[in-house]
Write a protein that binds this ligand. Structure first.
Ligand SMILES: *[C@@H]1O[C@H](CO)[C@@H](O)[C@H](O)[C@H]1NC(C)=O
Ligand SMILES: *[C@@H]1O[C@H](CO)[C@@H](O)[C@H](O)[C@H]1NC(C)=O
Ligand SMILES: *[C@@H]1O[C@H](CO)[C@@H](O)[C@H](O)[C@H]1NC(C)=O
Ligand SMILES: *[C@@H]1O[C@H](CO)[C@@H](O)[C@H](O)[C@H]1NC(C)=O
Ligand SMILES: *[C@@H]1O[C@H](CO)[C@@H](O)[C@H](O)[C@H]1NC(C)=O
Ligand SMILES: *[C@@H]1O[C@H](CO)[C@@H](O)[C@H](O)[C@H]1NC(C)=O
Ligand SMILES: *[C@@H]1O[C@H](CO)[C@@H](O)[C@H](O)[C@H]1NC(C)=O
Ligand SMILES: *[C@@H]1O[C@H](CO)[C@@H](O)[C@H](O)[C@H]1NC(C)=O
Ligand SMILES: *[C@@H]1O[C@H](CO)[C@@H](O)[C@H](O)[C@H]1NC(C)=O
Ligand SMILES: *[C@@H]1O[C@H](CO)[C@@H](O)[C@H](O)[C@H]1NC(C)=O
Length: 779
């Protein structure tokens, strides 16, 4: 439909005709295909359905021309409706869109019922009450366009569309501020100078300043007594057979368009707010910056970064190397600094050094693992930034110097030297599974590690001997767990009679060791690689040597024929999931913090303190067990490597979210201890809020916990998360911040578990976490 129709050759005497209006009475209706709009008397403007994307939307447009001449859109962010929708001006005076999917939508919300509507030749769509007073008009609710005689009033804004074909709200705004200044900003920024990219410089010119457009294209500001305080466009443009309108375009520039109304007449922009297409801030997405080339804007990634999606500038850029750690073991940085002159971005500095030099600034950033880039301004300030960097652009004449950290390629040798003490013992022959490859990727090529292991081992053995064990298991206290025969365990469990749980690895039975009446949990591993006895034995030794009050103790194992069983101490209070997600057992807030700290202690031990580093790979509330004194203990660690390949499916997240699984799992990146930090972070948020990380029974904005937490954190409304007033505000704040840090996409930005513990204990300051760049990514 909407073929290019005519334009009446209106010899418009504009002012006279603009008064004319078509009256629309109660009970009238429109459909997208037939009777799709109400025309103004001259047929110039229409109110009704227009084609957009895969359906129809409602608005005011120049009758019969393309999408470009939609001058006002109703509910622009709603999805277009199918062709069987109906717009009804109801008998009780409301404009209602009835979509066949059911559900009526109010198109405009007026303060009282209307008794008449009208479409005028000025392009204004108006609702009147029974006293013929205007109760609503489209001129008071502009979207992205200003028509002749229309005013942008103090406090009002225009918002750019997403693109020429998608009129929903885009990323720029033009605001007529209450202080008299006309200013442009990116959306979702405060109305402050650092974010603006256009200003009329008329602040302080009094209240109620308006932006006005005359039919001849004259655009100017009037103060409340009607004085012209600023001309924005100076020239007068032809009005014969044309309409001049102002529009804020998708690229953030506002332009004056001259629309030729004759048949086949074209539209041309006769004036624009800037000729520099890099002026609007944010056109290049995160970590990119805008450069002018031949009068066109071009987006470039920061050095060392590449586009998230090639050819799509708004997708932004990400680091093109695996930033595992920022310093090597010698404490020297694994980065170098690169300079970008005349480049600037949002100054979200977390630290500013003054009276410094360029070289000192570079060095300061290099030595600070939080610093990803720095702006050196005014010849003396060093402003350190974290990722992501927003609103990047090259600005000629700017004296700013940007320095960005660039990683040097990390070789295998460097990896060994890297900060994380990686002491995996062996190169598994079973590297077929993604899980195993990932989990032990870091271990490859680490031939020297066993030697280190022995040295550390000695040290630890001595250390252990000095500390008397308070954990009396009644079994022998050697480091190696005891080997059982299958028959013995059959006996212990009474023939595997009492099942107490099922996990990713198999079924768990309760049992009693008759010699000392010790209650134990016997786990029958069902999905374990059948291979290598030695491997299994080795793994048992590794697990058996772990000894920490926040880890479930392995007491013994059985490797008998094809049977693989593990004997653990028995935990009488079930799992963390049982107490977190049930109303009755729900821990009070101080207890939640204590639980979180204890779990963190257990994981710190696995990562940094035990003889062989163990990456858990499956941290979740179901794998945290609770003993009789409600102390949490991490279980199932060290088993990830024994899983069969098809078990990697266990780690798939839930519907559109990642669950507990760190994003690098899905990117085939090496999985390090930072994957555990991620899972811990998700769980920490669950502990804080006592709810599951995804719960679709909640309102949409609360359903995904990470998203909701960040929202509440930004709004400073954290009590909402706990659902009650908590006295321990600082602790709550700490837990939330740590949770956000841990669940960042970029592994290198996540703190180590040791740091996490320090932060939870309150011994170190927690910096304000950066905004998570994406909450949901494809799995
Ligand atoms: C439309 O309504 C207005 C206000 O009631 C009235 O002045 C005008 O004459 C009407 N126009 C037409 C064409 O009926
Ligand atoms: C369009 O509306 C007019 C008046 O509202 C009505 O007379 C006509 O039948 C309608 N046409 C169609 C195809 O519905
Ligand atoms: C309206 O159209 C939509 C999609 O085009 C279709 O799913 C729906 O069944 C239609 N409804 C009616 C009442 O025809
Ligand atoms: C409007 O501007 C004129 C001329 O600059 C000035 O005299 C007048 O006081 C201003 N009015 C207000 C309300 O500021
Ligand atoms: C500005 O407009 C508001 C609302 O119309 C009015 O209350 C206020 O008095 C006006 N201020 C001036 C200085 O005219
Ligand atoms: C704006 O331009 C008009 C002529 O178009 C002129 O009379 C007026 O003084 C100008 N106003 C300002 C503030 O420059
Ligand atoms: C409008 O377009 C027509 C046909 O292309 C042309 O003849 C006419 O001069 C144009 N008018 C203006 C004001 O540009
Ligand atoms: C459209 O308008 C511009 C500017 O007036 C003019 O240069 C161009 O030739 C016009 N195009 C057509 C097809 O008339
Ligand atoms: C470009 O990327 C943005 C953000 O990632 C996305 O919303 C948009 O759909 C992409 N556009 C195209 C054409 O792929
Ligand atoms: C660390 O320091 C040692 C001795 O100073 C040196 O041999 C080694 O190359 C350094 N490693 C790195 C990665 O710089």
């Amino acid at each position: 439909m909407a073929s290019i129709i005519f334009f009446l050759l209106l010899a418009l005497s504009f002012t006279a005709s603009a008064q004319r209006q078509t009256n629309i009475t109660l009970g009238s209706s429109l459909t997208p295909i037939t009777n799709s709009s109400w025309l103004s008397p001259s047929g110039l403007y229409a109110f009704g359905f227009f084609r957009q994307r895969n359906g129809y939307s409602i608005g005011v447009f120049l009758s019969g021309i393309s999408l470009k001449t939609v001058v006002w859109a109703a509910r622009r962010d709603d999805a277009p409706v199918p062709s069987n929708a109906t717009l009804l001006f109801t008998s009780d005076g409301r404009l209602v869109l009835t979509s066949a999917q059911g559900g009526d939508t109010l198109i405009v919300s007026a303060s009282q019922p209307a008794s008449l509507a009208s479409m005028s030749d000025s392009g204004n769509f108006v609702l009147y009450n029974s006293d013929r007073e205007i109760i609503w008009q489209s001129f008071d609710h502009p979207t992205d366009t200003l028509l002749p005689t229309q005013q942008l009033k103090a406090g009002a804004e225009l918002f750019s569309p997403v693109s020429e074909t998608d009129l929903s709200t885009g990323i720029y705004r033009l605001k007529m501020q209450n202080d008299g200044n006309l200013v442009q900003y990116p959306v979702n920024t405060p109305d402050t100078a650092p974010y603006s990219y256009f200003s009329s410089f008329t602040d302080g010119k009094g209240d109620n300043v308006t932006l006005n457009l005359d039919p001849d294209g004259h655009l100017y500001l009037l103060n409340s007594t009607g004085f012209n305080i600023k001309n924005i466009t100076a020239r007068e443009y032809p009005t014969k057979e044309t309409i001049n309108m102002m529009k804020l375009d998708a690229d953030g520039i506002f332009r004056l368009y001259s629309q030729n109304l004759t048949r086949n007449g074209n539209r041309s922009d006769v004036w624009s707010s800037t000729s520099n297409k890099c002026d609007p801030k944010g056109s290049c997405g995160l970590n990119g910056y805008c450069v002018m080339k031949d009068k066109e804007a071009e987006c470039t990634c920061l050095p060392g970064f590449e586009f998230v999606s090639q050819g799509n500038w708004t997708s932004g850029c990400e680091r093109d190397f695996d930033a595992e750690s920022c310093k090597d073991k010698n404490g020297s940085s694994t980065y170098t600094m690169e300079e970008l002159s005349n480049t600037e971005w949002e100054d979200a500095s977390y630290s500013v050094l003054s009276s410094t030099t360029k070289d000192n600034c570079k060095q300061a950033c290099l030595e600070d693992c939080n610093c990803e880039a720095a702006l050196f301004t005014d010849g003396q300030y060093c402003r350190k930034q974290r990722l992501p960097l927003r609103f990047g652009r090259r600005k000629l004449g700017s004296t700013n110097l940007a320095v960005v950290k660039v990683g040097r390629p990390i070789s295998i040798m460097d990896r060994k030297d890297s900060k994380e003490p990686i002491t995996e013992k062996k190169n598994l022959g079973t590297g077929r599974t993604i899980l195993i490859i990932s989990c032990s990727f870091v271990a490859f090529g680490l031939a020297m590690v066993p030697i280190c292991g022995i040295i550390i081992y000695r040290y630890h053995v001595l250390a252990y001997k000095k500390v008397p064990s308070n954990d009396s298991t009644g079994l022998n206290e050697e480091f190696a767990p005891r080997a059982f025969t299958y028959a013995e365990l059959e006996n212990v469990t009474g023939g595997f009679k009492e099942e107490i749980g099922r996990g990713s690895f198999g079924t768990v039975y309760k049992g009693i060791i008759s010699s000392n009446q010790k209650v134990v949990a016997v786990k029958r591993l069902e999905k374990v690689l059948a291979e290598g006895e030695r491997e299994f034995q080795n793994e048992m030794k590794v697990i058996g040597k772990t000894h920490h009050r926040n880890l479930v103790r392995l007491l013994g194992y059985c490797h008998d024929g094809h049977h693989r069983l593990l004997v653990y101490e028995y935990m009488s209070n079930g799992s963390l999931a049982d107490i977190l997600f049930s109303l009755e057992k729900r821990p009070c807030f101080p207890e939640r913090l204590e639980i979180a700290r204890n779990i963190a202690r257990g994981i710190v031990y696995l990562h940094e303190e035990c003889e062989t580093q163990i990456i858990h790979c499956d941290i979740k509330p179901q794998n945290i067990l609770i003993d009789e004194s409600r102390c949490p203990k991490v279980s199932d660690f060290g088993l990830a490597k024994l899983l069969k390949s098809d078990q990697t499916k266990t780690f798939t997240g839930i519907r559109g979210t990642r669950g507990y699984v760190a994003p690098e799992w899905h990117r085939n990146m090496p999985v390090t201890v930072k994957a555990d930090v991620y899972s811990f972070g998700v769980m920490l948020l669950e502990i804080t809020c006592c709810r599951k990380n995804v719960d679709w029974s909640l309102p949409e904005d609360e359903a995904v916990l990470e998203q909701w937490v960040y929202q509440c954190f930004q709004d400073g409304d954290m009590d909402k998360l706990v659902g009650e007033e908590v006295a321990e505000k600082k602790q709550l704040d700490r837990m939330v911040k740590v949770g956000i840090w841990c669940t960042l996409d970029e592994p290198s930005l996540r703190p180590s578990m040791k740091k996490v513990l320090l932060m939870l204990e309150g011994t170190v300051e927690i910096p304000i976490p950066p905004s998570p760049t994406s909450f949901i990514t494809a799995i």
